[in-house]
Design a protein around this ligand. Sequence first.
Ligand code: GLN
Length: 451
Amino acid sequence: ASLDRIDAVDGAIHAFLHVDAEGALATARDVDARRAAGEQLPALAGVPIAVKDIVTTVGQPTTCGSRILDGWVPPYDATVVSRLRAAGLPIVGKTNMDEFAMGSSTEHSAFGPTRNPWDTGRIPGGSGGGSAAAVAAFEVPLAIGTDTGGSIRQPGAMTGTVGVKPTYGGVSRYGLVAMASSLDQAGPVTRTVLDAALLHELIAGHDPRDSTSLTAPVPPVVAAARRADVAGLRIGVVRELGGEGFQPGVRDRFDEAVALLTGAGAEVVEVSCPNFVHGIAAYYLVMPSEVSSNLAKFDAMRFGLRTFPEGVEQPSAEQVMAATRDAGFGDEVKRRIILGTYALSSGYYDAYYGSAQQVRTLIAQDFAAAFDQVDVLISPTAPTTAWPLGDKLDDPLAMYLADVATIPANLAGVPGISVPAGLADGLPVGVQFLAPALADDRLYNVAAALE
Ligand code: GLN
């Protein structure tokens, strides 16, 4: 059914960069046979899933939405993918994304944009617009995304799906092509909170192959999603993530969500996180710095594309590298490599990268102070609903503002969830909850209550 649905609608949506019908069917048949033989299988065995094309998969290409990796088929599976395979989930394909996960609209994919199933003239959010649109268009019930500054949660909000960024270190990064290693985290994209919890439980947990993987036990997210009880829970409305700059329809749905939670017995108070206003500025120094380093490995020798400079008879390795990176990377990726290289250069390092790291600490302190007062925080996931394709393409700064509410969680390493909260002018609105590190279960409890 999933493959038929993809055949029927993906021409209009373009959520997928690659579909592996044969592989998915083989897994499905294997699961059927094992079930028929009486084997006890994990809850999600046989449920089709799509994986963002920045996560490595043996036997399926992994392009990261970039020409530079066009045709590259990884020789190893990401840990997340190994766990999906071990649990019997058919991996139906790889989803479209902004190149190397840089963007908020999926328009920076080298393979053309994904369209929002709610209105195909609009963006699905980004960078994981493919995973979110695939779930929203009923092509798959589950998908994997990655969230460096909001790329799971913001597309979730734009497409009316549930998106979770787990606690940093909660899900292995082994096999995630790194964008910004200190911020990247993989997580579930689903239609319901319980589905997300089941998927979260499956992919989370310690992995010796990721040096930042946590050894703490996986938070009891499935039990929390089933509980859905906010009586007595203290919820903090973040003063800095609302008001001016947030679309009126988004604010209305947000206010309704708060009223609903209050009605269900939660105690809602306002909290202030004064340093959140510097989140975007700090992120756009830390992230490109890490990008400039992580993307240095695309050198025309090790992976994917190799382009020779025109009119040079015996080009040097450096000339081939330059020609390849020029042809293989898109404008947004180049912009960030240049920004990051500049921010890390001697003489500027302290002023830019150093100050950004200090702001990062202040943001973590804001979270700590807020979580002294409340159990979870709430805000709109994104300031606006999905915008028309092309609207912000010429204005990178306007695009960056789409992540104002999601970035603080990445900078501090805390978990966040975006849950659908109704429509504004016919387009989905998301509400975001944030919790202390390793308290991911709180997110599922409160999001399930709102759902
Ligand atoms: N939109 C943000 C950016 O462009 C976040 C991306 C992400 O989370 N991968 O960097």
